[in-house]
Design a protein around this ligand. Structure first.
Ligand SMILES: NC(=O)c1ccc[n+]([C@@H]2O[C@H](COP(=O)([O-])OP(=O)(O)OC[C@H]3O[C@@H](n4cnc5c(N)ncnc54)[C@H](OP(=O)(O)O)[C@@H]3O)[C@@H](O)[C@H]2O)c1
Length: 281
């Protein structure tokens, strides 16, 4: 499988892992019911060569970061933990962006503690706060970068215009937007990030398992390739653009192993084109 270099110095395998699903249901608000099983999933991911793991301070109110440290600290060489801040959780049903500098600085400090690192490799603003200028929010994370608390700045759910505005203030290493085989609402953002050498991290890469069923849109091609539908959806993403780093999430070792094996799935040009035609947005 191919590597990608994020921000000029973080070399990772392009098939990453999103840890959000290792939080309790409903609402990604509580710790996992089976903590030992969650720890085992994280350890198995690293054993399989996954070295890019995505989390956020908002997942289980910080417990997701703590869980990653519990499972993986001291981190093996080359393992990159990307986290996010700037999304508050007043309740299990709400995600409310908050970009006040004092809050972001506090949250970065808490992430440093919970992840047990001196520098966060990739710190992503989970959402831009619509009540504050974009430039002010980027200045806050650029300050954290100058202080050595974070290495690289990433953004999540941004438009091309917002990304360009952010780039006026500081280099942006990654963008994490909703994107998958069917939902291409961020196609323009993907194209712009590819031009700019910015990593594009598509969240919801297999649409919460919706693309994983044998009767789903990818089922026929998956059968042709001899892969599962989830693997086929991931293989399409990996081929779509070299700057894509999918982070499929799962709480199951079997699904993790299946997803990681998508690295080896090769689509023919015709199969790729057919999958490409499935987009609904
Ligand atoms: N930036 C943002 O705003 C944002 C928003 C949402 C998520 N994220 C990040 O993106 C990551 C991925 O997003 P996501 O978890 O929402 O979506 P996803 O990876 O498309 O879907 C994960 C869901 O699909 C199921 N699944 C995974 N592999 C499967 C397989 N091989 N076969 C059948 N079902 C499978 C999982 O259930 P099982 O547990 O049963 O396998 C889980 O419920 C998250 O973990 C998080 O790190 C970011």
């Amino acid at each position: 499988m191919s590597d990608i270099v994020i921000g000029g110095d973080l070399t990772v395998d392009r098939l990453g892992y999103g840890a959000m699903r290792l939080s309790g249901d409903p609402g990604i608000f509580t710790p996992p019911k089976d903590r030992a099983a969650a720890v085992a999933v994280l350890r198995r991911a690293v054993e399989l060569g996954v070295n890019f793991i995505d989390t956020a301070d908002a997942y289980a109110l910080g417990d997701n970061e703590r869980l990653i440290a519990e499972a993986l600290h001291p981190y093996a060489d080359g393992v990159v933990i990307a986290t996010k801040g700037g999304n508050t959780r007043p309740s299990a049903d709400e995600w409310v962006p908050l970009g006040q500098p004092a809050y972001i600085r506090q949250q970065a400090e808490l992430s440093l503690r919970r992840l047990n690192v001196e520098t966060i490799d990739l710190y992503q603003l989970h959402r831009l706060d619509p009540n504050l200028p974009v430039a002010d929010q980027i200045e806050t994370v650029a300050d954290l970068q100058k202080q050595g608390k974070i290495r690289h700045i990433g953004l999540s759910e941004v438009t091309v215009d917002q990304l360009k505005e952010a780039q006026q203030v500081a280099p942006i290493a990654s963008v994490q937007n909703l994107y998958n085989l069917i939902n291409r609402q961020s196609e323009d953002v993907l194209e712009y990030t590819a031009e700019q050498g910015i990593a594009f991290i598509p969240w919801f890469p297999i649409a919460a398992g919706e693309h994983a069923g044998p009767d789903g849109p990818v089922g026929r091609i998956a059968a042709e390739v001899g892969a599962t539908p989830a693997q086929t959806a991931l293989a399409w993403l990996l081929r779509r653009s070299d700057n894509i780093v999918p982070i499929p999430g799962t709480s199951s070792i079997a699904h993790l192993e299946e997803n990681v094996a998508a690295r080896g799935v090769v689509l023919t040009d015709d199969q790729y084109a057919t999958l490409d035609g499935l987009a609904s947005a």
